[in-house]
Design a protein around this ligand. Structure first.
Ligand code: NAP
Length: 549
């Protein structure tokens, strides 16, 4: 492989660099990808728009941001010392502790100096003659690289411009995923939160006691589960450290990459009492267990879905005193089934709405029409005056980050245009027409929708490294999925996902949250262990469906 050659271009003052592999992103995937490719002997460099490591956990520093996965499975598991060298202070740590872990892991992996931070990739173009990518950055760098590896994130393209008149607002306006590092002064302010997904819920329950007035704009309420978040003693940490081998091996075998899995004794095989018993047990665990370790049939059988939804609906309803709040904050039977949207964990979320300084405003039938200098205006003309607007409005998920970069592949084809027509990929690792562009966390691979991200991202980056290693060994310079190979995966993906109720409800899971985005295809592959098995088998068999040159 080639060696680094960094030289200033005297005419333009630009810098040209030649690499074997360029990795975009310094989150869970990017850091580990750079580490692996270095070990393979490649001349690799990473580029990160943020000023430091962390990816999702760098950007999402809004009040209340914390894991919904247990910390002890949200770690790299390929190295026992790396794993055991870190101790979480509680079961579901918060963003600042997670950021500390990123710094720890980055230093242990020894990859900090392999990244340019505060550097955004602005374009990427494939050259069919050389079989290489030309990549530019917002700092005027031009990079010539054989492989372009995107670890740009599944939920990293925030929906920031949503409302007419946003620029006219006289107060402060923030998207949760672009929260200032120095924080925001919310004390004694009149604050609006738009959005009640996983992010909005964390923000609302956290800031309510501090603000003068909190106006929560609710369009679609979510099914949630209550979080129990015990502090860890030294003995607790030792106990999970001692389970390292078990945890490492187990997360690879479960449907969603967690330590626990769906019951083998399904709904149909149980008595009413036994069904309820497992629901209660999972609910009381204080984790996501009810969603990812109870009945898998809830995702395909409308009767099971309805029964589990009724169970959670009753639990939420019992915590709300006011029928108006129940109407606004509890999903209705006709809305969607439990678990077909991402289930957030909450702590005291519903009780917040009983506070005198908190108001829930339904915007399903009376939508937000625009933002005006004083605040938020609804369709019926009501004006809600506030000092700060927090947009917890989500992301252009899965395809957003790469579409915004818009790599140009063979014949100058545009990924943004291609995905605007139909979102496709080959196992989430590559897209036909874009040779040597390798991807993690993109559609048609398992990801945040129903996977513990580090489990899936470790597997995806390891698969990519194995592919590149295979090419090195065999003297291949270029790899691309065939059209037939891609079509076979798309069909398989659709068969798996369309059979579920997830495909039948609108959310970011199928692109319904972004105007103009192709809808209907579930973005995430469902079944992390199955995906691992299928993609490992593809590698074992010499990568059928891929063409090498
Ligand atoms: P989201 O789930 O897409 O929620 C966006 C919210 O904004 C929804 O309530 C949506 O309402 C609302 N919204 C959007 N446009 C609106 C409009 N014009 N008027 C009124 N409401 C509007 O986004 P998110 O909460 O940021 O979560 C995204 C994903 O990030 C999660 O599903 C999860 O995977 C991940 N996440 C993880 C964690 C964690 O691990 N701890 C925490 C936070 C987020 P509708 O539903 O009606 O569209």
């Amino acid at each position: 492989m080639t060696v680094t050659d960094t030289r200033p271009d005297t005419e333009s003052g630009e810098t040209t660099k030649t690499l074997d592999a360029l990795v975009i992103g310094a989150g869970v995937a990017g850091l580990y990808q750079v580490y692996q490719l270095k070990k393979l002997g490649l001349n690799v460099h990473g580029y990160e728009e943020a000023s430091d490591v962390g990816g999702t956990w760098y950007w999402n520093r809004y009040p209340g941001a914390r894991f919904d996965s247990e910390g002890y499975i949200y770690q790299y598991m390929f190295d026992e010392d790396l794993y055991k060298g870190w101790s979480w202070s509680k079961k579901f740590p918060d963003q600042s502790e997670i950021e500390d872990w990123f710094h720890y892991a980055t230093d242990k992996l020894g990859v900090r100096d392999d990244f340019d931070f505060s550097t955004r990739i602005t374009s990427a173009e494939f050259d069919e003659v050389t079989g290489r990518w030309t990549v530019t950055t917002d700092r005027g760098q031009i990079i010539d690289t054989r492989f372009l590896v995107s670890c740009a994130g599944m939920l990293s393209a925030p929906l920031t411009s949503m409302f007419e008149g946003q620029d006219t607002f006289l107060g402060e306006i923030f998207h949760t995923s672009r929260w200032p590092r120095d924080g925001v002064q919310l004390l004694n302010k009149r604050v609006a939160v738009i959005g009640t997904g996983a992010t909005g819920i964390q923000v609302i329950q956290t800031i309510a006691p501090d603000v003068e007035l909190l106006k929560v704009f609710v369009r679609t309420p979510q099914f949630t589960l209550p979080m129990k978040n015990p502090d860890y003693t030294t003995a607790d940490v030792r106990a999970y450290h001692d389970k390292f081998e078990h945890l490492r091996d187990t997360v690879k075998t479960t449907v969603v990459g967690f330590e626990y899995d769906y019951t083998t004794k399904e709904w149909a095989e149980r008595t009413e009492e036994e069904r309820r018993e497992l629901l209660e047990e999972c609910y009381n665990d204080g984790s996501l267990k009810l969603w990812i370790a109870s009945y898998l049939s809830m995702f395909v059988d409308p009767d099971v879905s309805a029964a589990v939804s009724d169970f959670v609906r009753a639990k939420i309803g019992a915590r709300l005193r006011d029928p108006k709040l129940i109407d606004l904050l509890v999903p209705k039977p006709e809305d969607f089934g439990f678990g077909t949207h991402r289930v957030p964990l909450e702590r005291g979320y519903y009780e917040v709405f009983h506070r005198p300084n908190v108001e829930a405003i339904g915007v399903r039938n009376n939508p937000i029409t625009r933002i005006v200098p004083e605040g938020i205006e609804l369709a019926d003309g009501t004006l809600h005056e506030v000092d700060v607007i927090i947009m917890a409005t989500g992301f252009d998920a899965g395809s957003g980050a790469l579409s915004r970069l818009d790599p140009k592949g063979r014949g100058g084809r545009s990924l943004a245009d291609d995905w605007n027509r139909e979102i496709r990929s080959t196992m989430g690792f590559m897209v036909h027409g874009y040779p040597n562009l390798l991807t993690t966390g993109i559609p048609l691979a398992p990801s945040a929708a129903l996977c513990n991200m580090p489990t899936c991202l470790q597997q995806q980056t390891e698969w990519i490294s194995r592919l590149i290693g295979h090419m090195q060994e065999n003297g291949h310079r270029v790899v691309e999925p065939t059209l037939e190979g891609e079509e076979a995966w798309v069909q398989h993906h659709d068969e798996v996902t369309q059979a579920t109720l997830i495909a039948k409800t609108d959310s970011w899971y199928n692109g319904a949250n972004v105007e103009g985005k192709p809808r209907g295809r579930v973005l995430s592959y469902l079944g992390a262990a199955d995906f691992r098995q299928r993609t490992d088998e593809n590698a074992d068999r010499g990568y059928p469906g891929f063409r090498f040159a």
